[in-house]
Design a protein around this ligand. Structure first.
Ligand SMILES: [Zn+2]
Length: 286
């Protein structure tokens, strides 16, 4: 059995319900879980590392409002609560640029706690995974996130950013060629880049996903809802690729689409003789 985790980044209090519904109804109707890396209290002027306005924000700025907690969008919260196929993942706190690439432990813990509080106020108190904005962590951010979350999902892990105590485990991971690893009680999952992106040729996306899934036991597929609605209009051909992906995932009997939070249980019940990649990784590190 192989496992796939779909991770959609950047849902926030300003995200229109219609966008998520358009993208994910085919997943929800097929019982495929969708992990939403959700910004707990979005900064309305958040920028990308190159200084552009973030694509998940409305095009029109509202200078009167600096930050918006998720709970303020009642329609969105009700929608997410009503559709249990959505699984909320904490995505930073305000989604400031490189928000968790900072050395100040107090500030890191303050943002982790405030983010958790804002998600809790929206009714999402049992969040089991963390995604840092722009996939960037400092060493103290890794430590503090691992203290709070059973799963950390990131694009990659850089030796020089890791806490010193983690580095030998990282070496073992590198030597074994495995994409995922574990420190203490936390699973550290990498992903093979944003395969579901409008910057790729559309016809190459599904084959790239199939290859990635074939290469490893557990694959995290990352996408961004707002990429399908650039300029305020739905990109129908790109949306079709996403829906074709749902069809593919639903019909393969050797694949199981899971939420981050159920990954341990899912891999533990994998009866394949060689064990899952995750179990093998854990065993190698004991
Ligand atoms: Zn993000």
């Amino acid at each position: 059995m192989r496992y796939v985790i779909l991770r959609d980044d950047d849902t926030n209090a300003l995200t229109p319900v219609d966008c998520l519904e358009t993208l994910y109804r085919p997943f929800l109707d097929r019982g495929l879980p969708v992990n939403l890396a959700t910004i707990p209290e979005v900064r309305t002027r958040a920028t990308t590392p190159d200084g552009q306005r973030e694509g998940f924000l409305p095009r029109e700025e509202n200078p009167a409002v600096e930050k918006v907690p998720l709970a303020e969008n009642r329609a969105l919260v009700d929608y997410l609560q009503a559709n249990r196929g959505y699984h909320i993942v904490q995505h930073g706190c305000h989604h400031d640029c490189f928000e968790f690439d900072r050395p100040d432990r107090n500030e890191v813990t303050r943002r982790l706690a405030l983010g958790a509080q804002r998600l809790g106020e929206a009714g999402f108190g049992e969040v089991r995974a963390f995604v840092a904005p722009h996939d960037k962590f400092s060493a103290v951010a890794y430590e503090e996130a691992a203290r709070r979350f059973p799963v950390i999902s990131s694009g990659w892990f850089e030796w020089r950013r890791l806490p010193a105590a983690w580095r030998w485990r990282y070496l073992l991971k590198k030597l074994s060629g495995r994409p995922h690893w574990r420190v203490g009680e936390s699973l550290l999952l990498s992903h093979p880049g944003c395969l579901l992106s409008h910057t790729r040729s559309l016809e190459s996306i599904l084959p790239a996903i199939q290859q990635a899934i074939h290469r490893q036991k557990v694959t995290v597929l990352v996408t961004h809802w707002w990429e399908y609605f650039r300029d305020g209009k739905p990109d129908a051909p790109f949306i079709r690729v996403l829906h074709d992906t749902a069809g593919y995932l639903a019909t393969r009997h050797d694949l199981r689409v899971v939420a981050f939070g159920s990954l341990n249980a899912a891999t533990a019940t994998d009866a394949a003789p060689q064990g899952s990649a995750m179990n093998a990784t854990v065993a190698a590190q004991r």
